[in-house]
Ligand binder design. Structure first.
Ligand SMILES: [Zn+2]
Length: 146
C-alpha cells in the first residue's frame, strides 16, 4: 500500500522546489513545470537569479522591507513586495505600458526566493534604507532592457 502524506508530496513548496534546484539548475523537473507554463522564458531567468543568490531582502528597524535583485546585466533593481513593483525597464515597458506581462523576472525571483528561503537578509538602518530608495530613483532611465 502506498501512503501519501501532504508534507512529503509537494504540499510544502519550499521543500519540493529546493530539491528541484539541486537536481537540475536549468531544467524544470516535475513540480516546477508549471512555472514555465505560466511565466514562459522569464521563469528560466528568475530561477537562475534565485540559484545565483541574486536576491537580497533588506529590512530596516521600522519593519519596512524591500528586495534588491542583481540583474544579469550587473545592475541592481529594487523590488517592492507590498505594491508589486520593480524598478527595471522591462517592468516599466511590458507590465506598466504594454500590459502584456504580469511581472518581470526580478519580481518572480523575489517570490521564488521567498518561497524557497533562498534569499539573503540584510539589516540596515531606516536612514540607509531611505538612501537606497533615493539612489534608485536617481538612476532611473539609465538601464537597459533586462
Ligand atoms: Zn524587474
Amino acid at each position: 500500500e502506498v501512503q501519501l502524506s501532504v508534507e512529503e508530496d509537494g504540499g510544502h513548496f519550499a521543500c519540493s522546489s529546493r530539491g528541484a534546484f539541486e537536481r537540475d539548475k536549468k531544467g524544470f523537473p516535475g513540480d516546477l513545470a508549471w512555472l514555465k507554463f505560466v511565466f514562459g522564458s522569464s521563469a528560466v531567468a528568475a530561477l537562475d537569479l534565485v540559484d545565483q543568490h541574486s536576491v537580497t531582502r533588506i529590512v530596516s528597524p521600522s519593519g519596512r522591507a524591500v528586495y534588491q535583485v542583481l540583474g544579469s546585466s550587473g545592475k541592481l533593481y529594487t523590488c517592492y513586495a507590498s505594491c508589486h513593483f520593480c524598478t527595471c525597464p522591462a517592468f516599466a515597458f511590458s507590465v506598466l505600458r504594454k500590459n502584456n506581462s504580469l511581472m518581470c523576472k526580478h519580481i518572480l525571483a523575489m517570490y521564488l526566493s521567498q518561497a524557497t528561503g533562498a534569499c539573503q537578509e540584510l539589516s540596515v538602518s531606516d536612514q540607509q534604507l531611505a538612501s537606497i530608495l533615493l539612489a534608485e530613483e536617481e538612476e532611473e532611465g539609465l538601464g537597459t532592457m533586462c
